[in-house]
Design a binder for this molecule. Structure first.
Ligand SMILES: *Cc1c(COP(=O)(O)O)cnc(C)c1O
Length: 354
């Protein structure tokens, strides 16, 4: 368990946050200073012409957050909206990790952006290899931690492996680690469970990333989410660019959410229904050596020669993701589940591979 001192430090956040960020006086934009309705806006040096594009968007995306809060069962104050989840990941570094002093720990293999953001921010990145079956072992993760470890990145379901991480293992990390635990749930809609969002109020050190890019079919909107306790969201808000989400994105995502989540759920069901026969077809192929368990909208497979098969498929106009250079993923391809026609095209192409 956490030492009492570490826990108290944690509760007031001060010990975890970079000093300059803790003390930061954030930029105050015109739309921060005045909120509400007025008839004449002469405060932001906007053009009076070309409505509605002439006006700056709401810097805190209040109306969109209300809708997200309702669908996700959290309070609007627990939400940060970013230009994709990648913005939330980068903000986590910029708020908590002092360059060339602090470090972060992440599982390996996992989503590549944690390492890229670590490198950009000049923060040491410690990898902990997943076990057989790409399972997470909490003791190994906690062994990699030292007093300068500020964040542990977990990804569940994990990219590129596709599997959910064991709840008990994550729970042990949540209760034993005195820093931030960031759980990336980009694929949680496909996993058939609620993920960690219902536990947000219970764990003050929890940050959860989700996104509209996958199950919601809104990759082009660049709209990612971070959920955390309000004190952490306040820090993220201080550091993010003031108008990070355009009004086009705010309005379009808002409009999608007004219709509820039935359409999204329906798409998820279709993709999961398609995943089963696709796995069955792949299993029958001699070139496929292993199919890893998937809780996501993609499948990781091990094949006889990933580079060759990747090239072959590319020549046929079918693009999959070659993950064979990723550690523990020798000869692996990552295949997104598409429409029935797209999956059929893939299977037919693989059948004629010699
Ligand atoms: C796709 C993906 C994201 C989403 O990133 P966006 O910037 O929101 O599009 C985040 N995390 C993981 C693990 C992903 O695979």
């Amino acid at each position: 368990m956490l030492s009492e001192k570490r826990y108290n430090d944690f509760m007031n956040l001060r010990a975890l946050v970079r000093k300059n960020i803790f003390n930061l006086e954030p930029y105050s934009c015109a739309r921060d200073e005045f909120q509400g309705e007025a008839s004449v806006y002469l405060d932001a040096n906007e053009s009076p012409y070309n409505s509605p594009y002439n006006r700056y968007p709401d810097p805190l995306q209040r109306s969109l957050k209300e809708k997200i809060a309702k669908i996700k069962g959290v309070r609007a104050e627990q939400i940060l909206i970013g230009n994709g989840s990648d913005e939330s990941i980068d903000l986590t570094f910029r708020v908590f990790c002092e360059p060339s002093v602090d470090n972060v720990v992440a599982m390996e293999p996992t989503y590549g952006m944690y390492k890229v953001c670590a490198d950009i921010n000049n923060v040491e990145y410690r990898k902990v290899a997943l076990e057989d079956g790409f399972k997470l072992r909490s003791t190994k993760v906690l062994d990699a931690v030292d007093e300068y470890t500020k964040v542990i990145f977990l990804c569940s379901p994990n990219n590129p492996t596709g599997n959910l991480m064991d709840k008990a293992e994550i729970l042990k990390i949540l209760t034993d680690f005195g820093g931030i635990i960031a759980i990336d749930e980009a694929y949680i809609d496909f996993a058939g469970c609620s993920g960690w969002l219902p536990k947000l109020d219970k764990y003050p050190n929890l940050v959860i990333y989700q996104t509209f890019s996958k199950a919601w079919g809104l990759s082009s909107m660049r709209c990612g989410l971070a959920f955390a306790r309000e004190e952490i969201i306040v820090l993220f808000n201080k550091v993010k660019y003031p108008y990070n989400i355009s009004s086009l994105t705010q309005n379009a995502v808002s409009e999608q959410l007004s219709k509820g989540d039935e359409q999204k759920n329906c798409w998820v069901e279709q993709i999961l229904a398609e995943r089963r026969p696709l796995i069955d077809m792949l299993r029958q192929m001699k070139i496929v050596k292993e199919i890893y368990h998937s809780d996501a909208n993609f499948i990781l497979i091990k094949v006889v020669d990933a580079n060759k098969i990747y090239e072959y498929l590319t020549q046929k106009g079918i693009i999959v993701r070659n993950r064979s250079r990723v550690s523990l993923c020798d000869d692996c391809l990552r295949i997104t589940v598409g429409t029935p026609d797209e999956n059929h095209a893939l299977v037919e192409a693989l059948k004629t591979y010699l």
